[in-house]
Ligand binder design. Structure first.
Ligand code: MG
Length: 158
């Protein structure tokens, strides 16, 4: 059995918050607006796992109206999605993430993000890929109003 899931997330940049992506603190003048720690990478990964399980979405399971998730470490969203996966006998075969951000430069952080995501998914580090691109200065992302993330996850019962 194999099941594929796809996740997408976007957040606006805002002053006065730390920037956390893939569970890694990133040096930048701005962070991301959001109810939790606004880690768009872990949100997209969570939705990819939930999608593979056909188990709803992150907004439904961790609503931003719930005070429990205020400033929450988004690692717990991935952990909860993985509990659901484990309950169905599923493990992660691989995960592929693309971050769209005009700034900051994420190259120096990609390996650490992949290692942290692998840890959260219970997957081997070499089975997690984190890629970063600019949006070629086009649109809201190009104007550095925020960033977006896409993630694909393949679950197997092997
Ligand atoms: Mg989000």
């Amino acid at each position: 059995m194999m099941r594929i899931g796809f996740g997408y997330d976007s957040h606006r940049f805002v002053a006065g918050r730390p920037l956390v992506l893939g569970g890694v603190r990133i040096e930048h003048a701005q962070g991301l607006a959001g109810h939790s720690d606004a880690d768009a990478v872990l949100h997209a990964v969570t939705d990819a796992v939930l999608g593979a399980l056909a188990a709803g979405d992150i907004g439904e399971r961790f609503p931003d109206t719930d005070a429990r998730w205020a400033d929450a470490d988004s690692a717990q969203f991935v952990a909860e999605a993985m509990r659901l996966a484990a309950a169905q006998g599923c493990t992660v075969a691989n995960c592929d993430v693309t971050i769209l951000a005009e700034a900051p430069k994420l190259g120096p952080y990609k390996r650490r993000m992949a290692e942290r995501i692998a840890e959260l998914l219970g997957a081997a580090p070499e089975s997690v890929s984190v890629k970063a691109k600019t949006n070629e200065q086009m649109g809201a992302i190009g104007r550095q109003e925020g960033l977006a993330v896409m993630a694909a996850v393949l679950l197997t019962d092997g």
